[in-house]
Design a protein. Structure first.
Length: 381
């Protein structure tokens, strides 16, 4: 690239070693000469296209970030000669910007490449457009659409301070509550049986009965949220600060029998008249939805002793070893479709389960000891 050229460029197109060059500042109605040459690598036919670019270019690289239930941040790249700034528009998804009325629109000054749109409707799809205003060079065509969807409104009991009070013995339908749109709070505890952290949790409370024994259950028919985790805690000293939440008293995932991956926690020794807090979250990345939850007083009967049960390794390759202090009566294994794939009646303490024939994946193991059953999740390598 020698001589007194105006512009020179090489090796910059979508075709390897061919060239694209943006030429600006030319004088109207003036003839220019274009030289195309090779540096000795090859010879042959080629195509040449000269495109007259608009004087005012569209903004590039649109994006939408920090989306909430009612707001979002709109972003784009600067345009050098957009001396009057930019005008952005948000339309209902699929609306024609040439004829429809925007949901929201505004202008921003030169060099400003972001805007915050508010007043949106939760769980709604939108399209974002933006144009440049180049003063004497006019305005650009609309860039877009960049589509996005607002989040659902958080449930009323998303935060600990707004926990819903449950009454002992009150029945619940599977559609009474939801964790759609739920969020985690700062310092929210991750209970010992929870998988994948906490991010779709909601809160409930109950007052312990005179017996001090209850069962907390999300194992209720009709739920669309079908893979829950629940934990029960002593009350916090300050509901605004989750680091003050009391001790974890019980935790379960996959203990359900009606809804196989929902949860049941049995508690004894509670202080009558004290208030306790229930945290309900999804397992890992399970889909949020509606669910029921009940707290029922229980008789003093023997329940599954999780403190004296464990299993290893997890993930398992060939053998899954159960560590117990009591005789294991039955072990049943189900795949994630709810199909039973293995069943044994070891009737011995600390048996081993041969899982070599199972395909790789996640399974639910139902273990019965002393007539009481509990579900556990394991992974087969």
């Amino acid at each position: 690239c020698g001589g007194a050229e105006l512009f020179c460029f090489a090796d910059g197109s979508s075709v390897d070693f061919n060239s694209d060059v943006l030429v600006t500042g030319l004088t109207a109605n003036t003839t220019y000469f274009l030289q195309v040459y090779t540096e000795g690598f090859s010879e042959g036919a080629f195509s040449l296209a000269i495109t007259d670019l608009p004087a005012c270019a569209e903004p590039q690289n649109q994006s939408v970030t920090n989306i909430t239930s009612t707001s979002a941040d709109l972003n784009w790249d600067d345009v050098t000669n957009a001396t009057n700034g930019f005008e952005w528009f948000v339309f209902a998804s699929g609306d024609d910007p040439a004829t429809a009325t925007p949901v929201s629109t505004a202008t921003v000054g030169a060099g400003v490449t972001t805007a915050n749109v508010t007043g949106l409707t939760p769980q709604t799809d939108y399209d974002f457009y933006v144009s440049s205003d180049c003063s004497a060079d006019g305005t650009s065509t609309l860039a877009g659409p960049e589509s996005f969807s607002t989040l659902a409104l958080p449930p009323a009991n998303d935060d600990l301070c707004d926990a819903i009070a449950l009454t002992i013995g009150t029945p619940s339908a599977g559609s009474d509550y939801t964790n759609v749109g739920a969020t985690a709070q700062a310092n929210e505890p991750i209970a010992t049986c929870f998988a994948g952290g906490v991010d779709k949790s909601v809160w409930f409370t109950f007052v312990a009965p005179n017996s001090g024994s209850v069962q907390v259950s999300t194992d209720i028919a009709g739920a669309t949220f079908t893979d829950s985790e629940i934990a029960v805690y002593d009350a916090p000293t300050d509901c605004l600060d989750l680091s003050t939440l009391g001790a974890e008293l019980g935790c379960d995932q996959d203990g359900g029998m009606t809804v196989g991956f929902n949860s049941i926690v049995d508690l004894t020794g509670l202080t009558p008249g004290n208030t306790y807090y229930i945290q309900v979250d999804r397992w890992n990345t399970a889909t949020p939805g509606t669910f029921g939850i009940e707290v029922n007083e229980t008789l003093s009967t023997e329940s599954f002793d999780r403190n004296n049960f464990s299993f290893y390794p997890n993930p398992a390759q060939n053998m899954l070893n159960l560590q117990t202090t009591s005789q294991v009566e039955t072990v049943k294994v189900y795949n994630m479709l709810g199909q039973q794939v293995l069943s044994e009646t070891p009737n011995t303490v600390s048996p081993s389960l041969n899982v070599d024939a199972l395909q790789a994946g996640t399974y639910i193991m139902n273990v019965t000891i002393n007539g009481s059953s509990e579900n556990f999740r394991f992974i087969k390598k």
